[in-house]
Write a protein that binds this ligand. Structure first.
Ligand code: FMN
Length: 180
């Protein structure tokens, strides 16, 4: 199963991106994960879209099209997902190709706060429902107080989180098998 991972954070030391790198290493046999770059996705503008997708959007759409599943790590900004992630999803939600229709998606998130992006993740689930994706319901992964869960070199050090990531990837693979 080819998984395309998207981090909702652009900063290089992002805990959410680090969580996706951890998922790459933890992925069970048969699952490969590549991480997309959304840093060049422009602000959504219907006038631009009607003239054709910008190159960064076309490239991301092609990556999603080629992937069997998607894994999204979202930070929590002001009790919701960051604008860069929502903006990216808005580009992907537009016609002509219903990219996320029937796509299987797992979500996780890391924050320095106490609820580990729960509020952001429920907003993200709602948006994915609007895009007709199938999301993994359990296990949920809320990486709270993230600063204490990664080493100085960016490795995930929290075993409970590592276990959940493996379980979630397994659930993603099972959901893909059911949905087809
Ligand atoms: C604009 C902004 C808003 C934030 N709002 C929240 C919030 O609502 N809840 C929370 O737990 N953390 C919040 N934080 C802190 C983030 O959890 C923290 O910056 C985290 O490291 C962001 O994810 P990243 O490491 O992947 O960049 C906010 C950070 C920023 C920059």
């Amino acid at each position: 199963m080819k998984v395309l991972a998207i981090s909702g954070a652009l900063r290089k030391d992002s805990y959410n991106t680090l969580a996706l790198r951890a998922a790459q290493k933890l992925a069970p046999a048969g699952i490969s994960i590549s991480i997309a770059d959304i840093s060049q996705i422009p602000l959504y503008d219907e006038d631009v879209r009607s003239g054709g997708d910008p190159a960064a959007v076309s490239a991301l759409k092609a990556q999603i099209h080629a992937a069997d599943a998607v894994l999204i790590a979202t930070p929590e900004y002001s009790f919701s997902m960051p604008g860069v992630l929502k903006n990216t999803l808005d580009w992907l939600a537009r016609p002509p190709e219903p990219l996320f229709n029937g796509k299987v998606v797992a979500i996780l998130g890391a924050s320095t706060g106490l609820v580990g992006t729960a509020r952001a993740q429920y907003h993200l689930r709602q948006v994915l429902q609007g895009m007709s994706a199938f999301t993994v319901n359990r296990p949920e992964i809320f990486i709270r107080e993230a600063a204490g869960k990664f080493s100085a070199t960016g490795e995930l050090t929290d075993e409970a989180t590592a276990k959940l990531i493996v379980e979630q990837l397994d659930a993603l693979q099972k959901l893909k098998a059911r949905v087809g």
